[in-house]
Design a protein around this ligand. Structure first.
Ligand code: NAD
Ligand code: DAU
Length: 330
């Protein structure tokens, strides 16, 4: 198997590359990544049977050549951060919508299998006390420029399956955490704020709930769908990890030896989704997938340890990221 992984130098993509390299030792992996501010060649450097093509998914010629040489494509490449999409939406339209169009056209031309990586945010949000969770039948109702462009990309994939017979599957996953996550995102931002001698920053009241999954469990779900998923189907990936932002910060502060209330409340994110929750029954029942990192506190402790031990990795991103937050007042 020769696998092309778009966005494979980013957080989830590079964890997926390492997962596949371990679990499928005979496979050859080509990472196709533009190395935007969110991509880092060090994330995939020195891995056996892994090579890197630095190029844009919106560049059809380079993409076509890469897809032609692959048996299957897993498409992670995206602009991924909600706060950035509120400040500057155009790159989200370009990469997430137009880029996915180019990926679809390339796999159509070459008759290649595609797995498209998406997000639970396409379904909008849920009320805090609502017993409901997202299922593959939940209507799309995205809130932000980021989630609406991801929703658009999913709809393109569905149309290319139906109209052109493209052999594709889609997965919509909840919030990932783990090593190699950019410090702009919630959990690494708070860990690195504490490691930098500052306080965590909670948006609004901190009551918003996210459904956390370790990125390793996301990877095993994607591999199961790639190998055994039914073409044209959508699978939701989640590990029953609902937790309020305030609780996450309290857990992190406890793990880092600081008082549980040693955080700041800052301005809320405009349009801030209240709660996400995933029902992953289809993936569990149909493909027998099970998460292995069920203990969130243990996973957080490992993640704190990773950021403590890898200052060289995150320190170069930190000042610029905080300068961007300063402009947003968050
Ligand atoms: P990330 O921002 O860490 O990584 C994105 C990668 O895509 C980077 O390496 C970047 O260089 C690359 N990229 C961006 N634009 C590109 C372009 N035009 N051409 C080629 N490469 C480009 O993102 P992430 O958090 O790892 O998310 C990966 C995917 O998973 C995204 O599709 C995202 O929507 C989805 N997702 C993320 C989460 C999460 O919690 N982070 C949850 C569910 C789904
Ligand atoms: O649900 C899946 C999505 O999860 C992915 O599709 C996105 O790519 C990914 O970025 C993530 O989106 P969120 O907006 O949920 O993640 P973020 O890490 O930006 O924020 C998580 C929660 O924490 C959210 O409620 C906002 C809040 N927050 C965030 C930051 C950066 C804070 O309270 N303080 C912060 O400093």
């Amino acid at each position: 198997m020769r696998l092309l992984v778009t966005g494979g130098a980013g957080f989830i993509g590079s964890n997926f590359v390492r997962h596949v390299q371990r679990e499928r030792p005979g496979w050859e992996i080509v990472v196709y990544d533009l190395l935007t501010y969110a991509g880092d060649r060090r994330n995939v450097e020195g891995l056996d049977r892994v090579s890197l093509v630095v190029a844009d998914i919106c560049e059809p010629r380079a993409l076509d050549e890469a897809v032609a040489g692959a048996d299957a494509v897993v498409h992670f490449a995206a602009e991924s951060h909600n706060d950035n999409s509120l400040h500057s939406p155009l790159p989200f339209v370009q990469t997430n919508v137009v880029g996915t169009y180019h990926v679809l056209e390339a796999v159509r031309r070459h008759g290649r299998r595609l797995h498209h990586i998406s997000t639970d945010e396409v379904y909008g949000d849920l009320a805090l006390e609502d017993p409901a969770r997202f299922t593959p039948e939940t209507p799309y109702n995205p809130s932000s420029p980021y989630s609406s462009t991801k929703a658009g990309s999913d709809l393109l994939v569905r149309a290319w399956v139906r109209s052109f017979g493209v052999q594709a599957t889609i997965s919509n996953c909840s919030n990932n955490y783990g090593p190699y996550q950019h410090v702009e995102k919630f959990i690494p931002r708070q860990i690195t704020e504490v490691l930098s001698g500052r306080r965590p920053k909670l948006y609004g009241s901190g009551a918003n709930v996210r459904d956390w999954i370790h990125t390793e469990d996301h990877s095993s779900g994607v591999l199961a769908i790639l190998e055994r998923g039914r073409i044209g189907e959508t699978y939701l990936i989640g590990a029953d990890g609902e937790c309020s932002n305030r609780r996450v910060v309290e857990l992190l502060l406890g793990l880092m030896g600081r008082p549980a209330d040693d955080y700041e409340l800052v301005d809320d994110r405009p349009g801030h989704d209240l709660r996400y929750a995933i029902d992953a029954s289809k993936l569990r029942d149909e493909l027998g997938w099970r998460p292995r990192y069920g203990d969130f506190e243990r996973g957080l402790a490992d993640t704190v340890a990773w950021y403590r031990e890898n200052r060289d990795w995150w320190e170069p991103q930190k000042a610029e990221t905080e300068a961007r937050y300063e402009v947003l007042g968050r």
